[in-house]
Design a protein around this ligand. Structure first.
Ligand code: 5GP
Ligand code: ZN
Length: 116
């Protein structure tokens, strides 16, 4: 996907502060962090969302990277929240599957805020 911003990050065409990478996934700091730790994990291959024929090994690689990212960022013990915004109602703004890892500060219990 030539115009996809996360594909461009994967191809190193636009810069990102990489946290980890392997053959399957790349993790990098969110450009507009919503917490002290806010990392995005993406598959190198383009899939628009979880419904876009994502191979099981890709899903596995994405979620195996989560605790690795947490350890690198120092929030493994304190905890973190993992979010996948999927589609319109979830306000997914970048149509390349990504996992948010958010932490570094205590969060409220509720995790869903609705538009009025
Ligand atoms: P979504 O709302 O789709 O779940 O999350 C997309 C996330 O990507 C947002 O948190 C946004 O700040 C982040 N983002 C969008 N464009 C860029 C970019 O060019 N670089 C980085 N590092 N993050 C981005
Ligand atoms: Zn893409």
């Amino acid at each position: 996907m030539s115009s996809c911003v996360f594909c461009m990050i994967a191809r190193d065409e636009i810069p990102a502060k990489r946290v980890l990478e392997n053959d399957a996934v790349i993790a990098f700091d969110d450009i507009a962090p919503q917490a002290p730790v806010h990392v995005l994990i993406i598959p190198r291959e383009h899939h628009a969302d979880l419904g876009d024929h994502v191979p099981a090994e890709t899903l596995r690689a994405l979620f195996e990277a989560v605790p690795e990212v947490a350890a690198i960022k120092g929030v493994e013990e304190s905890g973190y929240r993992v979010i996948v915004n999927n589609g319109r109602d979830a306000n997914q703004t970048v149509a390349h599957l990504h996992v948010h890892v958010i932490g570094g500060k205590a969060m409220s219990h509720g995790m869903v805020a609705f538009e009025e």
